[in-house]
Design a binder for this molecule. Structure first.
Ligand code: NAP
Length: 279
Protein backbone atom coordinates (compact mmCIF):
# COMPACT_ATOMS: atom_id res chain seq x y z
CA UNK A 1 0.00 0.00 0.00
CA UNK A 2 1.42 3.45 -0.87
CA UNK A 3 2.29 5.54 2.14
CA UNK A 4 0.36 8.76 2.79
CA UNK A 5 3.58 10.73 2.25
CA UNK A 6 3.44 9.92 -1.45
CA UNK A 7 0.38 12.12 -1.96
CA UNK A 8 1.82 15.01 0.08
CA UNK A 9 4.92 14.99 -2.10
CA UNK A 10 2.95 15.61 -5.29
CA UNK A 11 4.55 18.71 -6.81
CA UNK A 12 1.32 20.66 -7.24
CA UNK A 13 1.93 24.32 -6.55
CA UNK A 14 -0.93 26.09 -4.83
CA UNK A 15 -1.98 29.62 -5.83
CA UNK A 16 -5.13 31.55 -5.15
CA UNK A 17 -6.90 34.76 -4.35
CA UNK A 18 -7.63 35.96 -0.82
CA UNK A 19 -10.35 38.51 -0.08
CA UNK A 20 -13.65 38.94 1.73
CA UNK A 21 -16.25 38.61 0.46
CA UNK A 22 -14.93 37.15 -2.77
CA UNK A 23 -17.21 38.07 -5.63
CA UNK A 24 -16.78 36.85 -9.18
CA UNK A 25 -13.18 37.15 -10.35
CA UNK A 26 -11.50 36.49 -13.69
CA UNK A 27 -8.20 35.55 -12.03
CA UNK A 28 -8.80 31.76 -11.70
CA UNK A 29 -9.68 31.62 -15.40
CA UNK A 30 -6.42 33.29 -16.45
CA UNK A 31 -4.00 31.53 -14.13
CA UNK A 32 -5.46 28.03 -14.41
CA UNK A 33 -5.38 28.45 -18.19
CA UNK A 34 -1.71 29.47 -17.92
CA UNK A 35 -0.80 26.44 -15.81
CA UNK A 36 -2.47 24.12 -18.31
CA UNK A 37 -0.90 25.91 -21.27
CA UNK A 38 2.66 25.55 -19.93
CA UNK A 39 2.12 22.12 -18.34
CA UNK A 40 2.95 23.60 -14.93
CA UNK A 41 1.58 21.51 -12.06
CA UNK A 42 -0.19 24.47 -10.49
CA UNK A 43 -3.71 25.31 -9.45
CA UNK A 44 -5.37 28.64 -8.59
CA UNK A 45 -8.15 28.63 -5.99
CA UNK A 46 -10.39 31.16 -4.23
CA UNK A 47 -9.92 31.69 -0.49
CA UNK A 48 -12.53 33.89 1.23
CA UNK A 49 -10.84 34.89 4.49
CA UNK A 50 -12.38 37.23 7.09
CA UNK A 51 -10.22 40.16 8.26
CA UNK A 52 -9.75 38.63 11.72
CA UNK A 53 -8.18 35.50 10.17
CA UNK A 54 -5.64 37.26 7.94
CA UNK A 55 -2.64 36.53 10.19
CA UNK A 56 -3.65 32.84 10.25
CA UNK A 57 -3.94 32.91 6.47
CA UNK A 58 -0.37 34.19 6.03
CA UNK A 59 0.82 31.52 8.48
CA UNK A 60 -0.94 28.96 6.26
CA UNK A 61 0.83 30.42 3.19
CA UNK A 62 4.17 29.87 4.94
CA UNK A 63 3.38 26.45 6.44
CA UNK A 64 1.87 25.02 3.28
CA UNK A 65 4.38 26.69 1.00
CA UNK A 66 1.65 28.31 -1.09
CA UNK A 67 3.47 29.53 -4.19
CA UNK A 68 1.47 32.63 -5.06
CA UNK A 69 -1.43 34.70 -3.81
CA UNK A 70 -3.53 37.48 -5.30
CA UNK A 71 -4.73 39.82 -2.57
CA UNK A 72 -7.93 41.79 -2.89
CA UNK A 73 -10.34 43.90 -0.82
CA UNK A 74 -10.24 44.29 2.19
CA UNK A 75 -6.75 42.83 2.76
CA UNK A 76 -4.51 44.81 0.39
CA UNK A 77 -3.04 47.08 3.07
CA UNK A 78 -3.72 44.99 6.19
CA UNK A 79 -1.55 42.12 4.89
CA UNK A 80 1.61 44.23 4.59
CA UNK A 81 2.93 43.85 8.19
CA UNK A 82 2.84 40.04 7.89
CA UNK A 83 5.25 39.91 4.92
CA UNK A 84 9.06 39.75 4.82
CA UNK A 85 9.64 42.29 2.04
CA UNK A 86 7.46 45.04 0.58
CA UNK A 87 8.50 46.11 -2.93
CA UNK A 88 9.03 49.78 -3.80
CA UNK A 89 5.86 49.81 -5.90
CA UNK A 90 3.75 48.39 -3.07
CA UNK A 91 5.25 50.87 -0.66
CA UNK A 92 4.45 53.76 -3.02
CA UNK A 93 0.86 52.60 -3.45
CA UNK A 94 0.46 51.60 0.17
CA UNK A 95 -1.07 48.28 -0.86
CA UNK A 96 -0.10 44.79 -1.99
CA UNK A 97 -2.05 42.72 -4.51
CA UNK A 98 0.41 39.86 -5.02
CA UNK A 99 2.43 37.56 -2.72
CA UNK A 100 5.37 35.64 -4.13
CA UNK A 101 8.55 33.97 -2.88
CA UNK A 102 12.21 34.87 -3.50
CA UNK A 103 15.11 33.23 -1.66
CA UNK A 104 12.88 31.93 1.10
CA UNK A 105 11.29 35.31 1.73
CA UNK A 106 7.62 36.17 1.25
CA UNK A 107 7.31 39.36 -0.79
CA UNK A 108 4.40 41.71 -1.39
CA UNK A 109 4.16 43.34 -4.83
CA UNK A 110 1.56 45.58 -6.45
CA UNK A 111 1.04 44.48 -10.06
CA UNK A 112 -1.79 46.99 -10.56
CA UNK A 113 0.90 49.61 -11.22
CA UNK A 114 2.43 47.53 -14.02
CA UNK A 115 -1.08 46.79 -15.27
CA UNK A 116 -1.88 50.48 -15.45
CA UNK A 117 1.41 51.58 -17.02
CA UNK A 118 1.67 48.94 -19.73
CA UNK A 119 -1.30 50.00 -21.92
CA UNK A 120 0.10 53.55 -21.99
CA UNK A 121 3.64 52.40 -22.80
CA UNK A 122 2.32 50.04 -25.51
CA UNK A 123 0.70 53.03 -27.21
CA UNK A 124 3.80 55.17 -26.77
CA UNK A 125 1.51 57.59 -24.99
CA UNK A 126 3.18 59.96 -22.58
CA UNK A 127 0.56 62.50 -21.48
CA UNK A 128 1.52 65.99 -20.39
CA UNK A 129 -1.39 66.03 -17.96
CA UNK A 130 -3.65 63.50 -16.29
CA UNK A 131 -6.80 63.64 -14.19
CA UNK A 132 -7.52 60.64 -11.95
CA UNK A 133 -11.12 60.30 -10.77
CA UNK A 134 -11.35 58.55 -7.40
CA UNK A 135 -8.91 58.11 -4.53
CA UNK A 136 -9.09 54.42 -3.53
CA UNK A 137 -6.61 51.63 -4.18
CA UNK A 138 -6.99 51.70 -7.95
CA UNK A 139 -6.47 55.48 -8.01
CA UNK A 140 -3.31 55.12 -5.91
CA UNK A 141 -1.93 52.52 -8.35
CA UNK A 142 -2.76 54.85 -11.26
CA UNK A 143 -1.07 57.86 -9.65
CA UNK A 144 1.99 55.75 -8.77
CA UNK A 145 2.10 54.62 -12.41
CA UNK A 146 1.81 58.19 -13.69
CA UNK A 147 4.67 59.18 -11.38
CA UNK A 148 6.78 56.31 -12.79
CA UNK A 149 6.02 57.61 -16.27
CA UNK A 150 7.10 61.07 -15.10
CA UNK A 151 3.83 62.70 -16.17
CA UNK A 152 4.43 66.31 -15.13
CA UNK A 153 0.86 67.39 -14.30
CA UNK A 154 -1.20 64.88 -12.30
CA UNK A 155 -4.47 65.86 -10.65
CA UNK A 156 -6.96 63.92 -8.57
CA UNK A 157 -10.67 64.54 -8.19
CA UNK A 158 -12.91 62.80 -5.69
CA UNK A 159 -16.55 63.06 -4.65
CA UNK A 160 -15.54 63.31 -0.97
CA UNK A 161 -12.66 65.83 -0.85
CA UNK A 162 -11.26 64.85 2.55
CA UNK A 163 -10.79 61.23 1.48
CA UNK A 164 -8.38 62.36 -1.25
CA UNK A 165 -6.14 64.28 1.15
CA UNK A 166 -3.85 61.33 1.87
CA UNK A 167 -3.34 60.48 -1.79
CA UNK A 168 -2.68 64.11 -2.77
CA UNK A 169 -0.22 64.52 0.10
CA UNK A 170 1.59 61.20 -0.45
CA UNK A 171 2.16 61.84 -4.16
CA UNK A 172 2.26 65.65 -4.12
CA UNK A 173 -0.60 65.97 -6.61
CA UNK A 174 -3.21 68.70 -6.97
CA UNK A 175 -6.83 68.19 -5.91
CA UNK A 176 -9.65 69.19 -8.26
CA UNK A 177 -13.11 69.61 -6.69
CA UNK A 178 -15.52 66.96 -8.05
CA UNK A 179 -17.91 69.58 -9.44
CA UNK A 180 -15.04 71.13 -11.44
CA UNK A 181 -13.59 67.93 -12.93
CA UNK A 182 -15.22 68.62 -16.30
CA UNK A 183 -13.05 71.74 -16.71
CA UNK A 184 -10.01 69.50 -17.37
CA UNK A 185 -8.86 70.65 -20.79
CA UNK A 186 -7.27 67.59 -22.37
CA UNK A 187 -4.91 64.73 -21.68
CA UNK A 188 -5.45 61.45 -19.87
CA UNK A 189 -8.65 60.97 -17.86
CA UNK A 190 -8.66 57.89 -15.63
CA UNK A 191 -11.81 56.47 -14.09
CA UNK A 192 -10.77 54.89 -10.79
CA UNK A 193 -14.29 54.88 -9.34
CA UNK A 194 -16.80 52.02 -9.65
CA UNK A 195 -19.07 54.21 -11.82
CA UNK A 196 -20.01 52.17 -14.89
CA UNK A 197 -19.46 48.80 -13.23
CA UNK A 198 -21.90 45.96 -13.73
CA UNK A 199 -24.69 46.17 -11.15
CA UNK A 200 -26.10 49.33 -9.62
CA UNK A 201 -23.44 51.58 -11.23
CA UNK A 202 -23.84 50.24 -14.77
CA UNK A 203 -24.69 52.90 -17.32
CA UNK A 204 -23.17 55.67 -15.16
CA UNK A 205 -20.09 57.63 -16.16
CA UNK A 206 -17.72 59.67 -13.97
CA UNK A 207 -17.24 62.38 -16.60
CA UNK A 208 -19.87 64.52 -18.33
CA UNK A 209 -20.01 63.83 -22.08
CA UNK A 210 -19.34 67.49 -22.89
CA UNK A 211 -15.93 67.24 -21.23
CA UNK A 212 -14.80 64.51 -23.63
CA UNK A 213 -13.34 65.15 -27.06
CA UNK A 214 -10.45 64.32 -29.41
CA UNK A 215 -7.89 65.86 -27.03
CA UNK A 216 -8.77 63.31 -24.34
CA UNK A 217 -7.50 59.78 -23.79
CA UNK A 218 -10.08 58.02 -21.62
CA UNK A 219 -8.73 55.14 -19.51
CA UNK A 220 -11.45 53.30 -17.61
CA UNK A 221 -10.18 50.99 -14.87
CA UNK A 222 -13.62 49.36 -14.64
CA UNK A 223 -13.42 46.18 -16.75
CA UNK A 224 -16.87 44.65 -16.41
CA UNK A 225 -18.68 45.40 -18.70
CA UNK A 226 -15.96 45.38 -21.34
CA UNK A 227 -17.17 48.70 -22.80
CA UNK A 228 -18.45 51.00 -20.07
CA UNK A 229 -20.56 54.10 -20.48
CA UNK A 230 -17.44 56.27 -20.02
CA UNK A 231 -15.66 54.36 -22.80
CA UNK A 232 -18.71 54.61 -25.08
CA UNK A 233 -19.13 58.35 -24.44
CA UNK A 234 -15.42 58.99 -24.98
CA UNK A 235 -15.29 57.00 -28.22
CA UNK A 236 -18.40 58.81 -29.50
CA UNK A 237 -16.72 62.15 -28.73
CA UNK A 238 -13.64 61.18 -30.76
CA UNK A 239 -11.40 60.46 -27.77
CA UNK A 240 -8.93 57.57 -27.68
CA UNK A 241 -10.03 54.89 -25.23
CA UNK A 242 -8.31 52.28 -23.09
CA UNK A 243 -10.61 49.67 -21.57
CA UNK A 244 -10.12 48.39 -18.02
CA UNK A 245 -9.60 44.83 -19.19
CA UNK A 246 -6.18 45.91 -20.49
CA UNK A 247 -5.07 46.83 -16.97
CA UNK A 248 -6.52 43.61 -15.57
CA UNK A 249 -4.79 41.60 -18.28
CA UNK A 250 -1.34 43.12 -17.74
CA UNK A 251 -1.49 42.91 -13.95
CA UNK A 252 -2.34 39.20 -14.31
CA UNK A 253 0.51 38.70 -16.79
CA UNK A 254 2.87 40.23 -14.23
CA UNK A 255 1.53 37.99 -11.43
CA UNK A 256 1.98 34.88 -13.54
CA UNK A 257 5.53 35.94 -14.39
CA UNK A 258 6.39 36.46 -10.72
CA UNK A 259 5.04 32.99 -9.84
CA UNK A 260 6.30 30.95 -12.79
CA UNK A 261 8.86 32.99 -14.73
CA UNK A 262 6.63 32.53 -17.80
CA UNK A 263 4.88 35.15 -19.92
CA UNK A 264 1.24 34.43 -20.70
CA UNK A 265 0.63 34.43 -24.46
CA UNK A 266 -1.03 37.69 -25.22
CA UNK A 267 -3.53 36.93 -27.97
CA UNK A 268 -4.89 33.72 -26.50
CA UNK A 269 -5.35 35.06 -22.97
CA UNK A 270 -6.84 38.32 -24.23
CA UNK A 271 -9.35 36.37 -26.28
CA UNK A 272 -10.16 34.15 -23.30
CA UNK A 273 -10.91 37.18 -21.11
CA UNK A 274 -12.81 39.10 -23.72
CA UNK A 275 -14.98 36.12 -24.53
CA UNK A 276 -15.70 35.62 -20.84
CA UNK A 277 -16.91 39.24 -20.57
CA UNK A 278 -18.63 39.67 -23.89
CA UNK A 279 -19.79 36.12 -24.57
P1 NAP B 1 -12.37 51.91 -3.71
O1 NAP B 1 -11.09 51.82 -2.95
O2 NAP B 1 -13.62 51.46 -3.08
O3 NAP B 1 -12.53 53.46 -4.17
C1 NAP B 1 -13.69 53.89 -4.72
C2 NAP B 1 -13.54 55.35 -5.19
O4 NAP B 1 -14.65 55.60 -6.03
C3 NAP B 1 -13.59 56.38 -4.08
O5 NAP B 1 -12.74 57.45 -4.44
C4 NAP B 1 -15.04 56.81 -4.07
O6 NAP B 1 -15.26 58.16 -3.69
C5 NAP B 1 -15.38 56.71 -5.53
N1 NAP B 1 -16.81 56.49 -5.73
C6 NAP B 1 -17.53 55.40 -5.34
N2 NAP B 1 -18.81 55.55 -5.71
C7 NAP B 1 -18.92 56.77 -6.31
C8 NAP B 1 -19.98 57.50 -6.89
N3 NAP B 1 -21.23 57.01 -6.93
N4 NAP B 1 -19.72 58.72 -7.43
C9 NAP B 1 -18.46 59.22 -7.41
N5 NAP B 1 -17.41 58.58 -6.86
C10 NAP B 1 -17.63 57.36 -6.33
O7 NAP B 1 -12.26 51.11 -5.07
P2 NAP B 1 -10.95 50.68 -5.85
O8 NAP B 1 -10.46 49.39 -5.31
O9 NAP B 1 -10.02 51.83 -5.93
O10 NAP B 1 -11.56 50.34 -7.29
C11 NAP B 1 -12.15 51.33 -8.11
C12 NAP B 1 -12.54 50.70 -9.45
O11 NAP B 1 -11.37 50.26 -10.14
C13 NAP B 1 -13.43 49.46 -9.30
O12 NAP B 1 -14.43 49.50 -10.29
C14 NAP B 1 -12.49 48.30 -9.57
O13 NAP B 1 -13.15 47.20 -10.15
C15 NAP B 1 -11.54 48.92 -10.57
N6 NAP B 1 -10.23 48.25 -10.58
C16 NAP B 1 -9.83 47.73 -11.78
C17 NAP B 1 -8.61 47.09 -11.85
C18 NAP B 1 -8.18 46.54 -13.17
O14 NAP B 1 -7.29 45.68 -13.21
N7 NAP B 1 -8.73 47.00 -14.28
C19 NAP B 1 -7.80 46.96 -10.72
C20 NAP B 1 -8.24 47.52 -9.52
C21 NAP B 1 -9.48 48.14 -9.46
P3 NAP B 1 -15.63 58.57 -2.16
O15 NAP B 1 -14.33 58.66 -1.45
O16 NAP B 1 -16.36 59.84 -2.32
O17 NAP B 1 -16.52 57.45 -1.65
Amino acid sequence: MPSSSSSSSLPIRLHGIVGHPLGHTLSPLVHNWGFRHYGIPGVYLAWPVEPGRLADFVTAVRVLGIAGVSVTIPHKTAIMPFLDVITDRSRAVGAVNTLFWRDGQLLGENTDVAGFVRPLVERGFSPASALVLGCGGAARAAVAGLRELAVPDVRVSNRTPERAEGLCRDFGVEFVPWERRWEFGGGLVVNATPLGMLGQNEGLSPMPREALGPSVVAFDLVYNPYRTQFVRDAAAAGAQVIVGLEMFFWQAVEQFRLWTGRTLPRDEVWELLRTELEG
